[in-house]
Design a protein around this ligand. Structure first.
Ligand code: NAD
Ligand code: DEZ
Length: 382
């Protein structure tokens, strides 16, 4: 069996080599010729899996080791009898942690506490749902907009306009869709952006085109009260340098790039392929996941909850580093910028999730322990 895979999939050989010959290629340039005699394609989001790409191949299965699958023509795969799997939720924790770290940095910079703000989550699925619960556990007032959800106890669901009117922080976590009853392409256009409350923090870690980037640029030119965090950009890997300059935090689509999230994505697609082939899954995620570089923090009784959370979060992930690297794009010509965007993603430094860090907070106040646990750090009892 021939398996063609994106070269940017961690542990792709460790997972798939037991099932066939694995050929790795740059994801953006995988073409129909590369797939002519392939049985399986394992992609990430940069490979446009269109009808044209797959229709003349002998592919039996396509997997994308990502949560989003707007790059895949699922209807065409169904019609052609090609099996498909994505990796729902694989990197949801990673995105949640990205958002929490961004808010921690902005709150410190601007002198407020997130607990005093109202946060609105647009798209309460794997990412948005976890973010909702984490913020609630921290004592933040959270509301959500998701037209596909049924009412649920403890969750205030509102329309998008109401969410915009009421929220100090807005996180976008929908898929990118252009059809159906509630398409998300340009969900936030000029009128929604102009309607944002004074001082709103807008975070897009879903897909770039959910926000009309041209409208965002024009609104940011006239509104310096807004704070914007963009992990995703319309027309990636082309990033508009004018927009990058005006956002408060800009990163190269790495919100979901924790090593844990990426390995989970690879393993989920490996497991789906095994099921499709009717074979046992012999590779286990536990065996593949390396130890984190930082394993333990020990707080004394003198630390308070704000200090403890900032130290623990920044020890695990300091988003300012990604923002600083991203700003190097500002000095580049367009082609170099495109290449650098992909280079940063391919060579992304190892980032681990909060749960990989054990924190001994037994000598600290209860409030410290509760806050760290709400964020998902590992607080062993002994
Ligand atoms: N930046 C990153 O690294 C990164 C990582 C993971 C996921 N993503 C993106 O984030 C998206 C969400 O991820 P997820 O795992 O939570 O997906 P999900 O499918 O679990 O959740 C998406 C939610 O959005 C809701 N939704 C759909 N259309 C909507 C609309 N018009 N208005 C409001 N809500 C709407 C859905 O009902 C669903 O509950 C993915 O599709 C992907 O594009 C980005
Ligand atoms: O949808 C996802 O899972 C994320 O956007 C993912 O992090 C994209 O990463 P890529 O496939 O572009 O490497």
């Amino acid at each position: 069996m021939k398996i063609v895979a994106d070269e940017n999939i961690p542990l792709v050989r460790e997972c798939f080599a037991g099932l066939g010959e694995v050929i790795t290629l740059p994801g953006r340039s995988i073409c129909a010729d590369d797939l002519a005699d392939a049985d399986v394609l394992v992609s990430r989001s940069v490979t446009k899996v269109s009808r044209e790409l797959v229709q003349n191949s002998r592919l039996k299965f396509v997997g994308t080791c990502t949560a989003g699958f707007d790059h895949v023509d699922v209807e065409a795969l169904n019609e052609l009898g090609i099996g498909f799997s994505s990796a729902p939720g694989c990197n949801a924790r990673s995105v949640v942690e990205y958002v929490l770290c961004a808010l921690d940095i902005l709150a410190e910079r601007d002198g407020y506490r997130i607990t005093g703000r109202t946060v609105g989550i647009v798209g309460k699925g794997q990412v948005g749902g976890r973010l909702f619960r984490a913020l609630q556990a921290l004592g933040v007032n959270v509301i959500a907009n998701d037209p596909f959800l049924e009412p649920e106890a403890g969750v205030e669901l509102v329309g998008l306009n109401e969410l915009i009117e009421r929220c100090d922080v807005i996180g976008l976590h929908t898929p990118l869709t252009t059809t159906g009853s509630h398409p998300t392409h340009h969900l936030l256009g000029e009128s929604q952006l102009l309607a944002l409350k004074h001082g709103t923090v807008l975070i897009n870690a879903g897909r770039g085109a959910v926000v009309d980037n041209r409208a965002l640029l024009s609104v940011l030119k006239s509104r310096d009260d807004l704070s914007v965090v963009l992990d995703v950009w319309e027309h990636e890997p082309d990033v508009d340098p004018e927009l990058l300059e005006l956002v408060d935090i800009g990163t190269p689509h790495i919100a979901g790039y924790s090593l844990d999230g990426k390995i989970t994505g690879t393993v989920m697609v490996y497991q789906a392929l095994c099921r499709f082939l009717g074979l046992p899954a012999r590779v286990s995620q536990r065996d593949l996941t390396p130890l984190p570089p930082l394993m333990k923090l020990d707080f004394t009784g003198t630390v308070d909850a704000d200090q403890a959370t900032s130290v623990a979060m920044r020890a695990t992930y300091d988003i300012r580093r990604d923002d600083a690297l991203m700003r190097r794009l500002l000095k580049m010509e367009p082609e170099a910028r495109r290449l650098a965007f992909d280079f940063m993603r391919k060579n992304y430094s190892e980032r681990r999730e909060f749960s990989t860090l054990k924190i001994d907070a037994r000598r600290s106040e209860q409030a410290v322990q509760e806050r760290l646990a709400a964020l998902g750090f590992h607080l062993p009892d002994e």
